[in-house]
Design a binder for this molecule. Structure first.
Ligand code: SF4
Ligand code: SF4
Length: 207
């Protein structure tokens, strides 16, 4: 009968008038994020050996690992570790593939930027992001393991060589702007541009 639909609609509106709203006043209010949510990718340099398994597992080719042999102990120096979040689909295959839990799902979900190029992150930007996560999460990795605090951290932990001051806030943790590769520059992964140097991380370490 004419008008029944309108009455039903009004009734529904009336019912919701007395219920709590489902919406949050973001960004003032934030919805609790479930544990283990795949919000972002965090790379922990102190766990990384530069093996390149993550780069090989990534179907989008977002990860660049460049290493060089460390003559001192036969391990690999991580010269470059970069993730192109412009291409990343957050599938988590790199996380699954990493044998050392050096790349883990977690971190900020409000990661929108005005400059698209800022989504290309080098190891300094990734380290700053990872350290900020640990600082705000009681020095615990997203997987629940305890992480070393900066003062406890051996600068030559793992197998990679890290420069002195790599974890010193005024040097390595956001101490300077992240260089973003421009179109055609070395490191730019956009289609049609020159590909960055191939990963050497799967080379066998020299003895
Ligand atoms: S989450 Fe998926 S697309 Fe993103 S870097 Fe890892 S493997 Fe590549
Ligand atoms: S797979 Fe893990 S340990 Fe190997 S290069 Fe990637 S993040 Fe580092």
């Amino acid at each position: 009968m004419f008008g029944i639909g309108i009455a039903r609609g009004m009734l529904l509106t009336l019912r919701h008038l007395f219920k709590q709203p489902f919406t949050f006043q973001y960004p003032e209010e934030r919805r609790p994020i479930p544990e283990n949510a795949r919000t972002n990718l965090l790379w922990f340099e102190e766990r990384c050996t530069g093996c390149s398994t993550c780069a090989q597992a990534c179907p989008d080719g977002c990860i660049l690992v460049q290493t060089s042999p460390n003559a001192e102990d036969g391990t690999l120096n991580i010269d470059r570790y970069e993730i192109d979040f412009r291409l990343c689909m957050y599938c988590g295959l790199c996380v699954e593939a990493c044998p050392y839990e050096a790349i883990q799902a977690g971190g900020p979900y409000d990661d929108a930027v005005y400059d698209f190029g800022a989504l290309y992150r080098d190891k300094h930007a990734l380290t700053a992001m990872a350290q900020e996560y640990l600082r705000t999460h009681d020095w615990t990795y997203p997987i629940g393991k305890v992480a070393p605090k900066p003062e406890e951290r051996d600068l030559r932990l793992g197998k990679a060589s890290r420069g002195v001051g790599a974890f010193t806030p005024d040097v390595g943790l956001g101490g300077g702007p992240t260089p973003i590769p421009m179109a055609g520059e070395k490191g730019d992964r956009r289609p049609g541009n020159v590909a960055p140097p191939p990963s050497s991380g799967n080379r066998a370490p020299s003895s």
